[in-house]
Design a protein around this ligand. Structure first.
Ligand code: ATP
Ligand code: ZN
Ligand code: MG
Length: 303
């Protein structure tokens, strides 16, 4: 715990992260961003020949799609919705009065908009691809990056509320998408080694909510649906997940009506890079001054 606070404080002191007064909500310095940009170029280099279709969505998604995704069933504790003032001038007057007096919650009158904060970079993709009709022969491969929101405030700099996820998503047969996932597990380990990071891979689960969630956790682990690539950031004993490798079976295919060329239901898998976590792992491992990083690491990142 103390260690976590001090790494966060050191990051603030070095100016790499910029305090906002909210745990898990930080600005980033130019240097921090430069590390993320360099690592993303490495991702481009490793994945570039695969011919993934790139798409970039903003960090908010269509609320109707979010509702269909079932996110509120599994992770209600993490979701963030966008609400706005939709009243008339009279409502505005009472809003301002409420804010001035300060004894009542001024946000109570805010109304839900059609936008929800994106919880994972791949969420807006499935309905977008489903709308196109059947996938072409060979399935689908997509390259995504987005800021994501999760309501999990923490003093651990590796657990932020707004952070970026780079993802590749594969749609195809079971064999095709599980091969894709294995390929990226191998690539992930190699990539992290190439920038001097210590990695382990382990089976993992998502934090499904409540008692019913326990069953989903057990099912996910029993069926090897989620793996994580772990790197020490704030603790060596409990390294942090910097990548995840998820096999959804045909659950998203069924949910969104994603079909292969022959009309059968698509299986899907996604691999996610936690970009802030990877940058933090680099700063933790090689020090806060990029100029002091090992030459081979600098060469891999900046050529
Ligand atoms: P954790 O178990 O640490 O909560 P997760 O299983 O929720 O991670 P995923 O949902 O698989 O993570 O998200 C993909 C990647 O995004 C993770 O491997 C991680 O690198 C990154 N990530 C997830 N949550 C956060 C967060 N709160 N802050 C920064 N990065 C995150
Ligand atoms: Zn995903
Ligand atoms: Mg999590």
């Amino acid at each position: 715990m103390d260690l976590q606070v001090s790494f966060l404080d050191r990051l603030f002191d070095a100016g790499l992260l910029i305090e906002t007064g909210v745990d898990g909500l930080y600005g980033r310095s130019g240097q921090f961003e430069d590390v993320i940009a360099a690592f993303e170029r490495l991702i481009d280099k490793v994945g570039g020949a695969d011919g993934a279709e790139a798409m970039r969505f903003p960090p908010g998604m269509n609320r109707a799609f979010f509702e269909t995704s079932g996110y509120m069933k599994s992770f209600p504790q993490l979701a963030g919705t966008v609400h706005s003032f939709c009243g008339n001038e009279l409502d505005h007057m009472s809003l301002l009065k409420c804010m001035e007096v300060g004894d009542e919650d001024w946000t109570k009158g805010q109304e839900a908009t059609d936008i929800v904060l994106t919880p994972a970079a791949c969420y807006p993709l499935y309905p977008t691809v489903a709308r196109r009709g059947n996938l072409p022969a060979g399935g689908g491969l997509f390259d995504l990056q987005s800021y994501c929101f999760r309501h999990e405030p923490s003093k651990d700099p590796a657990r932020q509320q707004l952070f970026r996820m780079r993802e590749y998503v594969c749609m195809g047969t079971e064999q095709h998408v599980t091969d894709f996932r294995q390929l990226w597990m191998d690539r992930g380990v190699e990539m992290m080694k190439s920038v001097g990071l210590d990695v382990t891979i382990d089976i993992a689960n998502d934090p499904f909510f409540g008692r019913a969630g326990k069953m989903l956790v057990n099912n996910q682990r029993d069926q090897n649906l989620k793996f994580e690539l772990l790197i020490p950031i704030t603790s060596v004993a409990q390294p942090t997940a910097c990548m995840s490798f998820n096999y959804h079976q045909d659950s998203f295919g069924l949910k969104w009506g994603l079909n292969l060329e022959d009309g059968s239901v698509a299986h899907t898998a996604c691999v996610g890079f936690g970009l802030e976590r990877i940058a933090l792992a680099l700063f933790h491992t090689h020090g806060l001054d990029v100029k002091e990083w090992p030459e081979h690491v600098r060469a891999t990142l900046w050529g």
